[in-house]
Design a protein. Structure first.
Lengths: 559, 404
């Protein structure tokens, strides 16, 4: 059975991914009989190229995608290099799980409320310091360069990459390496970057790619913080899709294909950048600079870490205050009146919906986890590394724009008569959860020291016993982290739940997104908090359980 | 040989697509009621307004108690999702038993669905409460953005373009489009409109066009290239002059009506646009706007239209959907909806078609402090043809929507 796991996984995903892709490709070349498109043509592409905002939108997507990923990775490296193994780092680690659980859109709303001219920071200094009694007319969010959008992405992605790095650190003797470098006179940060990072990076490479693909094609954050004249390509595609003029759907499909090509191109560019950076690093080592005076850099990286933590933390706090607010006028720091009405109004159905969300998320996560572990173990036992090449298929759902992809998927689901059933929604979630579970777990799994298995085998343990008694316990932390990430991804799914569930299946996110389209910060606050609680439990368990289970065997999950 | 074969095949196919059982006929209302009993109606409607959601939940209780119909509100963030679903079902060959029974729709979405044969009907003019409407007096009920409705959708509320302003900050709000220009120049950065192609932003453009155009009649026919430039020239000159003094100097725009309302609450702007005369009162009651906000309309009238309910061609519970639509057009449902405490939206019913007692109940309603009375709302201007809206929205995008 196990040798077939990779092939089985691919087969499970091939049909829906293929249907999704076909649903994008066919209309991009004019084929969509339900809308009268029965001949192949290049007209959708001509229409796309004729759109006057195309080059600015594409440029914006490139800049924000690459920029957000690069800044997030640099900050992650700086924070780890400067502080790993210290008390301050443990405190950042503790802050991770609540902050990671904040959905992207909620974090973006929170950040917007912090930095807008009428936002919390401005209120804190008005009118006593600024003299403003009404909000000044300054362009901060929606700036044409996409700085606010990048900031919104960076504060969340730094936390995600930190989590991935933490999971990977278990397989690398980081402290010893840094100590060794320090005895040779290197600064702490230089020691980490030169000796630990090269071993960490291969483990977090897939998550970094996911961050790149996500940042380039994100919709909700871009709608809240991004520029609008024009917006990014992904947002523009969504707008064409929701346009009453149904002929624009062909153009939207062509835009989706362009978006896909764009993401693939950026991944290639990134790949080239990796090699250049590696060469640069080697050159740096050969030069022999010790870079011992890194006090300033260490302080700076702590400032950045605090900024990211505060941006998300204060943002969600702001939304929490909004959820209890009556009218709240500028420049008051706190609401003019407080009320419980916003919560009372929503409390009726929320427990049933929360249960549905938890069931769907748990089942989708367990299924994905089982498939991923089976794939990875098959790869380990049977040397099926080459089949891994086909696993790139898994990542397609992450890089094809969701809105167009799902239309093909929905057509498939309708023709199989499965829409509107919980099982179908779970299956659709697996398509998006599985890649995240895979990218979170694959590299720590492969980085496991196989000599541990050899030792166990020499003591007479069979392959299954090694898996259950040695490998999984040692990898408990990355397994749980992968599960928590997968669960959070499932909880956050809006379009797949709606389009495959046909409105029969309601989750916290379908409610939240529908209600937040009304733009009332009070309701956004209520649902942002409810949406945060559920993944929070997952992340807290993932980070807390290993410590609890292995409290008598320290070091089991540290290699 | 071949032609005959294809004819046979076509006949066979046609035979397959004829439904196994007859469609419900609204002219035989008793039969419709009977068929509807026990059905579940999935109503896809925008779910962004808690007051509308509460109203739909209330209507669900009523139709359950009175007609045994279960109403499920599928909350959408965008009506286009429902249109997509119907298209996907058509693409997958699902011609009956579809997942959507009723859609809250109007204007351009209706025109597109009608053109692509995605709607069931005609039915709306045959349901009993149609008799309470007066399409002659209120042509918006039978022409949705000039596209003939032809019984393919039933109206459930009226909408009017109004402006709301904070009377604590604006003493004399502008009353014409040209006064708006003077006002923004005197108060730079304090006005904006949702970015087209958002329907509210596009409606602002259409309103300006109606006021500024030398000739209005071309606007009520499909747009023609040879008149387009001439008709819209004054509009673009106007917007050109307005833009530098807009909020953020026109470098950014709110994405939709709710975002614009938030700007109003944050004191970033002083005047905003709405398509619902009751919105300001509702938002004050909901703590979303200060209680100094008031509504106003422009001299010479503002654009008005109706919101409709349509049934997709492949709906599963067509009888149930018609029963729900008919109930929503009843005196009871319309009265509840116009109550400022509930939604405060104007009724579709014609007062002279009601009993004097019912008409009096409408007259006695408290509309809320920021809502204009029907008399103060002034005349309603009909919507231009939807092709104008599409053309103006994409033209705006090329001129103002893509920064150079």
């Amino acid at each position: 059975m196990l040798p077939f796991a990779p092939r089985l996984t691919i087969m499970i995903l091939l049909l829906p991914v293929g249907a999704g892709l076909a649903g994008v490709l066919a209309p991009a070349f004019g084929w969509f009989p339900a809308l009268g498109g029965v001949t192949l043509s290049l007209d959708p592409w001509r229409a796309l190229l004729a759109w006057p905002g195309l080059s600015s939108a594409v440029w914006l997507s490139i800049v924000t995608g690459l920029g957000a990923t690069l800044i997030s990775l640099i900050l992650t490296v700086m924070i780890c290099a400067a502080w790993q193994g210290t008390r301050a780092f443990t405190m950042i680690e503790r802050a991770l799980s609540p902050l990671l659980s904040v959905p992207h859109a909620a974090a973006a709303f929170g950040l917007a409320f912090l930095i807008a001219p009428s936002g919390w920071i401005s209120r804190a200094f008005s009118p006593w310091a600024t003299g403003w009694t009404q909000a000044p007319d300054i362009l901060i969010t929606q700036d044409p360069n996409g700085f606010a959008l990048m900031a919104g992405l960076v504060v969340k992605e730094v936390l995600f990459l930190l989590l991935m790095t933490l999971a990977a650190l278990g397989q690398v003797p980081a402290r010893r390496s840094v100590l060794m470098a320090q005895t040779m006179g290197y600064g702490r940060m230089a020691g980490w970057v030169l000796t630990v990072f090269p071993r960490i990076y291969p483990q977090i490479r897939l998550p970094v790619y996911a961050v790149l693909a996500y940042s380039c094609s994100v919709i909700d954050v871009a709608l809240i913080l991004g520029p609008t004249r024009p917006s990014t390509l992904a947002v523009q595609v969504l707008q064409w899709l929701s346009d009453p003029d149904l002929t624009l759907r062909f153009q939207a499909a062509a835009g989706s294909v362009l978006q896909l090509v764009l993401v693939l191109g950026l991944l290639l560019v990134w790949r080239g950048g990796e090699q250049a950076t590696a060469r640069l690093g080697c050159a740096c080592v050969r030069r022999g600079h010790r870079m011992a005076a890194d006090g300033g850099m260490r302080a700076l990286s702590m400032v950045f870490a605090l900024l990211a933590v505060l941006a998300v933390g204060l943002g969600i706090l702001g939304l929490a205050v909004w959820s209890f607010a009556g009218f709240w006028s500028f420049p008051n720091l706190l609401p003019d009146q407080f009320t419980l009405r916003n919560w009372m109004r929503q409390s009726g159905g929320i427990s049933k919906i929360a249960l549905e969300t938890a069931v769907i998320g748990s089942v989708a996560t367990v299924l994905s986890l089982a498939l991923v572990i089976a794939c990875l173990e098959a790869e380990h036992r049977h040397g099926l590394r080459q089949s891994n090449r086909a696993l790139w298929l898994l990542y397609l759902p992450l890089i094809v724009p969701q809105a167009t992809f799902l239309i093909g998927l929905q057509t498939l689901a309708i023709s199989t008569g499965l829409t509107g059933m919980r099982a179908a929604v779970i299956a659709a979630h697996v398509i998006f959860v599985l890649p995240y579970v895979f990218l979170s777990l694959a590299d720590p799994w492969r980085a496991w020291d196989t000599r541990q298995g050899l030792v166990a085998a020499s003591l007479g343990a069979g392959a299954n016993r090694i898996l259950w008694r040695v490998r999984l316990p040692m990898l408990l932390r990355p397994v749980l982290v992968a599960a928590a990430v997968g669960f959070a991804v499932s909880v956050g799914q809006y379009l797949p739940t709606l389009l495959i569930g046909m409105g029969r299946i309601n989750t916290l996110t379908t409610e939240a997104v529908a209600l937040s389209s009304g733009g009332d910060r009070r309701l956004i606050g209520v649902y942002a908090l409810s949406q945060t609680v559920m993944p929070f439990i997952g992340f807290a368990l993932a980070l807390g359980l290993p410590a609890l289970i292995w409290r008598n065997r320290r070091g089991v999950d540290r290699g | 040989m071949f032609p005959r074969l294809t004819t046979t095949a076509a006949l066979l196919l046609a035979g397959l697509t004829v439904p196994a059982f007859a469609e419900p006929d609204p002219k035989d209302w008793e039969a419709v009621l009977q068929e509807a009993r026990g059905q579940t109606v999935y109503w896809n409607a925008w779910g962004g307004d808690p007051r509308t959601n509460d109203y739909i939940a209330w209507a669900g209780e009523q139709v359950q108690a009175q007609f045994g119909v279960t109403l499920e509100h599928v909350k959408l963030s965008d009506t286009a999702t429902a249109v997509s679903t119907v298209i996907s079902e058509k693409a997958a060959g699902q011609t009956e038993g579809g997942s959507i029974d009723l859609i809250w729709i109007n204007g351009a979405n209706f025109a597109a669905m009608k053109e692509n044969d995605l709607l069931f009907g005609p039915w709306a003019e045959d349901i009993p409460n149609w008799a309470l409407l007066d399409p002659q007096e209120n042509p918006a009920l039978i022409e949705d953005f000039t596209v003939p409705v032809e019984g393919l959708e039933a109206p459930w509320s009226m909408a009017r373009l109004v402006f709301y302003y904070d009377s604590a900050r604006v003493a004399e709000p502008p009353k014409t489009m040209l006064e708006f220009l003077d006002w923004t120049q005197a108060n730079p950065g304090r006005f904006t409109y949702p970015q087209p192609p958002d329907f509210l932003g596009t409606t602002f453009l259409k309103q300006a066009l109606l006021e500024l155009a030398v000739r209005r009649d071309p606007l009520y026919a499909p747009v023609e290239d040879r008149v387009y430039d001439e008709v819209t020239k004054p509009l673009w000159e106007y917007i050109e002059a307005l833009t530098p003094d807009l909020w953020r100097q026109g470098q950014a725009y709110p994405q939709n009506g709710p975002a614009q309302r938030q700007l109003m609450a944050d004191s970033e702007i002083d005047i905003a646009i709405s398509f619902s005369p009751g919105e300001a009162s509702a938002a004050i009651a909901n703590f979303e706007l200060p209680d100094t906000v008031r509504s106003m309309v422009l001299e010479g009238g503002t654009i008005g239209n109706a919101s409709f309910l349509a049934i997709p061609f492949n709906a599963n519970a067509k009888a149930g959907a018609m029963v729900v639509a008919n109930y929503l057009m009843s005196v009871e449902a319309q009265l509840h909806k116009q109550d400022a405490e509930v939604m405060g939206t104007p009724t579709v019913l014609a007062m002279h078609k009601l009993t004097p007692e019912d008409a009096a109940r409408f007259a006695d309603l408290d509309l809320g402090i920021a809502t204009l009375s029907p008399a103060d709302l002034g005349p309603a201007l009909p919507e231009p043809h939807p092709s104008w809206m599409e053309r103006i929205a994409s033209d705006w995008e090329a001129r103002f929507g893509v920064a150079q």
